[in-house]
Write a protein that binds this ligand. Structure first.
Ligand code: 13P
Length: 258
């Protein structure tokens, strides 16, 4: 199974989200094998998009959440509110949240624990800056982010955790990681995760790649066993591009069945 997460960021309103969700579902119509597709619209569109994806093969994801159950947190959304509108996945610690909104490792950790406690699947984002990579610190940065985010995290049977490797220099730049760079980091992340969750059964943990994923480069990433799928930003709001990403996943999955 390959997973494709569509992070629409703050790029589409309610009406556009509904249209995009419909178009996204059409990309798998008639296909025998269907990748796991998670659409993550802006909060205001979750309710309407839920109606579109209900009873479809696609799932609904949120782009963020707060770590507390409830309280005086103006502008925030709790895990329970998300489950109430049919959300099954939640992006946590996206670099835009960390950099623009000052999310710390501690906040990311609290959110991961809260998501799991509410039966949500966290999509935990990690990744280094260009400066950190140039200074040969990419692995250390990612290891530290994982260590902090997963501190005191327990995975119960039936729960699932997705980690998305999104190098910051690849996000929205048109310059994706090379396959070698992505593979090397995926291998490393899997090793770190094995250390943190030595008893996790197959399928409980998956690592995705994100950062300038397009219809052209999606296949080379997803063809790799170590890469469980892709987290797509810009190309997920362009249906012709997204269709190609989905087709790449379908092609890979059909090949796996043979
Ligand atoms: P782009 O695909 O636009 O580079 O964005 C990646 C991303 O941030 C997905 O979460």
């Amino acid at each position: 199974m390959k997973t494709i997460i569509a992070n629409w960021k703050m790029r589409v309103g309610v009406r556009e989200s509904v249209a995009l969700a419909r178009g996204t579902l059409l990309t798998v119509r008639g296909s025998k094998v269907i990748p796991e597709i998670v659409v993550c619209p802006p909060f205001v569109a979750l309710g309407e998009v839920r109606k579109v994806v209900a009873r479809s093969a696609a799932s609904l994801g949120a782009q963020n959440m707060h770590s507390e159950d409830s309280g005086a947190f103006t502008g925030e959304t709790s895990a329970r509110m998300l489950t109430e509108v049919g959300v099954s996945h939640v992006i946590i610690g996206h670099s835009e949240r960390r950099q623009v909104f000052g999310e710390t490792d501690e906040m990311v950790n609290a959110k991961v624990r809260q998501a799991l406690a509410n039966q949500l699947i966290p999509i935990l984002c990690v990744g280094e800056t260009a400066e950190q990579r140039d200074a040969d610190q990419a692995r250390d940065v990612v290891r530290d982010q994982l260590g902090a985010a997963l501190s005191d995290v327990r995975l119960r049977g039936g729960s699932k955790l997705l980690v998305a490797y999104e190098p910051l220099w690849a996000i929205g730049t048109g310059r994706s990681a090379s396959l070698e760079e992505a593979l090397a980091m995926h291998e490393y992340i899997h090793a770190v995760l094995n250390g943190v969750f030595p008893d996790a059964p197959k399928g409980q943990l998956d690592v995705l790649y994100g950062g300038s994923v397009t219809g052209e480069n999606a296949y080379q990433f997803m063809r790799e066993k170590l890469i469980g799928g892709v987290l797509v930003g810009g190309a997920s709001v362009k249906l012709n591009q997204f269709r190609e990403v989905v087709n790449a996943a379908i092609e890979v999955m059909e090949g796996l069945q043979e």
